[in-house]
Design a protein around this ligand. Structure first.
Ligand SMILES: Nc1ncnc2c1ncn2[C@@H]1O[C@H](COP(=O)(O)OP(=O)(O)O)[C@@H](O)[C@H]1O
Ligand SMILES: N[C@@H](CCC(=O)OP(=O)(O)O)C(=O)O
Length: 368
């Protein structure tokens, strides 16, 4: 067998593979995935597992007519998660560790750093991290909402070099193969643009969340961090044998040649903006000046409440989203400076703190 040159990989397993009949976990497909994990580890590849399926696994414990409510789904997730972890743990003779996350955790830089450190420590000690969204505590505001995007955020946080999304189809087709007989499998995607998103339809299984759209979003997040991304059929044993032989059995998304740095990537794809500052014009000009930064006198408006170190959106006065950045000033102080523009105190304040945002903490956005 060929030696694979991945150093660290993230595997994302969809609900249909965990609980295909929605009446508890089934080992039918998981056994093959577990064997793949064992074989990768035997080759010295570090593995992180992002496992969906807690809702599908816990579903059989609750009455059918009540399953639609959000509260009931959270209860299903809480019960199903235990069942799912027990199932995974049974396959391995090395320890595994459960990590339950929300977007609230990932978008907070301190908690994000703590998650990274924990994952690295587990890997260093041979423990398999098994990650899922913490569905029980999420609200609309706190959740990632789908494990495809979650797995990409995890892959970036863990500095993985490959993300493998195992689903119930062979890869990305030019249209949904479950609805169109003539759909064609696309083995290789060099770059992701609107034409790729246009091919993606919704999930057609009873248990999937997001369908292909969220998988493409995940691929975009991961490839921009230099992470090769695959969409693969986890139902087929052949998929795993071909991966181990160095083949591509599904769709591969090529990584960016110039990946974003970790902090910029986090700001662009994981952090939420806490507020925004509006600048005049395109702000490309501001970046071109000698400090490569924005000073408070260039700001025409401040919206929302944010503190020092929070992520903010920089918007131009015509509404264009220009960049995300780390704020060096709180919104309160910026408003004070704006109200007292000419005062000596305000001048001194800016001289001592420096620019509102500086170049090293700016992630430029596609103009939209
Ligand atoms: N262009 C496409 N190519 C492949 N699958 C697609 C496409 N558009 C929509 N789909 C649907 O996406 C589904 C996979 O997504 P999903 O059900 O969310 O899986 P998972 O639970 O593995 O995340 C497929 O079963 C298929 O019905
Ligand atoms: N966190 C949810 C999974 C959400 C999800 O994205 O599911 P899937 O589309 O099957 O990967 C659960 O464990 O049921």
């Amino acid at each position: 067998m060929q030696k694979l040159n991945w150093r660290r990989i993230v595997l994302k397993v969809g609900s249909a593979l965990i609980a295909p009949e929605q009446d508890g976990c089934r080992s039918r497909y998981l056994l093959t995935i577990a064997q793949f994990i064992v074989r990768c580890r035997a080759q010295g590849i570090e593995v992180i597992l992002v496992s969906s399926g807690s809702v599908a696994a816990g579903s059989h414990l609750f009455p059918e007519q009540e399953k639609r409510s959000v509260t009931m789904k959270k209860a299903m997730a809480a019960a199903g998660q235990t069942e799912m972890m027990a199932m995974w743990d049974r396959f391995f003779d090395f320890p595994s560790a459960q990590i339950l996350l929300t977007h609230g955790d990932l978008r907070d830089r301190e908690r994000y750093t703590s998650i990274r450190e924990t994952v690295f420590t587990l890997l260093e000690h041979g423990v398999l991290p098994i990650i899922n969204e913490n569905d029980t505590v999420t609200t609309d505001d706190l959740k990632v909402g789908d494990n495809d995007n979650l797995s990409a955020m995890v892959a970036a946080a863990a500095d993985a070099d490959a993300l493998m999304i195992f689903s119930d189809v062979d890869g990305l087709y030019d249209k949904n193969p479950n609805l169109h007989e003539d759909a064609v499998l696309l083995p290789e995607i060099d770059s992701i643009d609107e034409s790729i998103y246009a091919m993606a339809g919704c999930a057609t299984s009873a248990v999937g969340t997001g369908g292909m759209k969220t998988k493409i979003e995940a691929a975009e997040k991961a490839t921009s961090h230099g992470i090769t991304t695959f969409i693969l059929n986890g139902f087929k044993e052949e998929t795993f044998n071909r991966l181990l032989a160095g083949d591509n059995p599904g769709t591969i998304f090529k990584p960016y040649e110039k990946p974003m740095q970790e902090a910029v990537h986090w700001m662009t794809h994981t952090a939420n903006e806490q507020g925004e500052v509006v600048v005049e014009g395109s702000f490309d000009e501001s970046l071109k000046d000698e400090d490569g930064c924005i000073r408070s006198d260039e700001i025409v408006a401040v919206h929302g409440e944010f503190g020092v170190g929070d992520t903010i959106l920089v918007r131009s006065d015509d509404g264009t989203r220009l960049a995300k950045a780390t704020a060096n000033y709180s919104s309160c102080l910026l408003n004070f400076i704006a109200d007292n523009e000419q005062s000596e105190f305000s001048e001194k304040m800016q001289d001592s703190i420096g620019p509102v945002v500086s170049e090293k903490d700016i992630a430029l956005l596609e103009k939209s």
